[in-house]
Design a protein around this ligand. Structure first.
Ligand SMILES: N[C@@H](CCC(=O)N[C@@H](CS)C(=O)NCC(=O)O)C(=O)O
Length: 315
């Protein structure tokens, strides 16, 4: 199989979720560091507009969103599973809660004036970062820091109850729920340490975090963004049914035929749009084919949940 290329940056919590899944599955991968804020010309050349972090490239196939990347990794390396059959429903539902409610609660708590001062090398970098993220959140309801703090404390206690029972949240082995709950807490502990006192009330959570961290990141090897673009240029996108996704049967919930010109946009936070020809719309994902002067033809894949499919305006 062609290399797994993860486009990410060290401070990104969602990237830490994927890095640990790669570690759990003991996979080798290529590591491309992307900018934390716009502009991101190499990212957009590959994704067609989507700018969130991380995304996974395999040849000329681009897999967006950690929920979909989890499916790809499970396909590439089924053992050990992140979706064990007996936890299939509950682990995905828990992970969705963690990636959304827990994540935004934790990040509102994590990034406050006290931590921001320690997090960035200078005021100009801090202001540029905060302005970039504010623009990404323009369509979201925002929590107030005091409310986020109360909710985060409660969530930590609830997760600690689960970690009190077993080594991992749903049993003796980690599953997708652990990886999804971990990354926002990792940010508190390692990226906003001045805020990490909140974790002291739940020591079993700290032990659980240590167990997850011990899984490592697999075997990363650095790759430049330019070389990643060349990989895409030289490869052909895989056909639906032959790519690394779980299904290919057409499921038409929108009255949009395969072959139509469409756009796909995240429901919230970072609604930059990717446009292309719809090559798959399955129960689990959308795939768009697009051609870019730098990368040639690529297929860009998005999970169905959390993304909006629209017919694009005629050119
Ligand atoms: N639902 C997405 C969320 C990804 C996300 O919000 N990532 C953050 C970084 S951890 C992001 O994109 N921030 C802006 C950026 O990196 O440009 C996923 O699971 O991949």
């Amino acid at each position: 199989m062609t290399d797994l290329i993860l486009h990410h940056y060290p401070e990104s919590p969602f990237s830490e979720k994927v890095r640990l899944m790669l570690g759990f599955k003991k996979l080798a991968w290529k590591s491309v560091h992307v900018p934390r804020i716009q502009p991101k010309p190499d990212v957009v050349a590959l994704t067609g507009g989507y700018r969130r972090t991380p995304f996974l490239q395999v040849g000329a196939d681009i897999y967006c969103d950690t929920a979909l990347i989890g499916d790809v990794l499970e396909h590439v390396q089924p053992e050990p599973p992140i979706y064990p059959p007996h936890l299939k429903g509950v682990s995905r539902i828990f992970a969705q809660w963690a990636d959304n409610t827990l994540f935004w609660t934790a990040m509102t708590y994590n990034i406050q004036p006290k931590s921001a001062a320690a997090m960035f090398p200078n005021e100009a970098v801090a202001q540029a970062f905060l302005a970039d993220r504010k623009a990404m959140r323009s369509n979201m309801t925002q929590l107030r820091p005091a409310d986020a703090t109360s909710a985060y404390r409660s969530y930590l206690r609830r997760i600690a109850h689960m970690a009190d029972e077993h080594d991992f949240l749903f049993g003796a082995e980690p599953c997708v729920a652990d990886f999804a709950a971990y990354h926002a807490l990792w940010y508190t502990r390692h990226r906003a340490p001045v805020m990490a006192d909140i974790l002291q009330a739940t020591p079993s959570l700290i032990e659980w975090m240590d167990r997850l961290a011990a899984l490592g990141h697999g075997r990363p090897e650095p790759l430049s963004a330019e070389d990643a673009v060349t990989v895409a240029q030289k490869a052909e996108p895989l056909l639906p049914g032959e790519n690394l996704l779980v299904d290919s049967a057409f499921q038409d919930d929108h009255g949009i035929a395969l072959g139509s010109r469409v756009s796909v946009t995240a429901e919230s936070f970072g609604t930059e749009t990717t446009e292309g020809e719809l090559v798959a719309a399955t129960r689990t994902h959308y795939s768009l084919s697009r051609t870019d002067p730098r990368v040639g033809t690529v297929h860009v894949h998005f999970p169905r949940i959390g993304y909006v499919l629209r017919k694009a305006d005629p050119a």
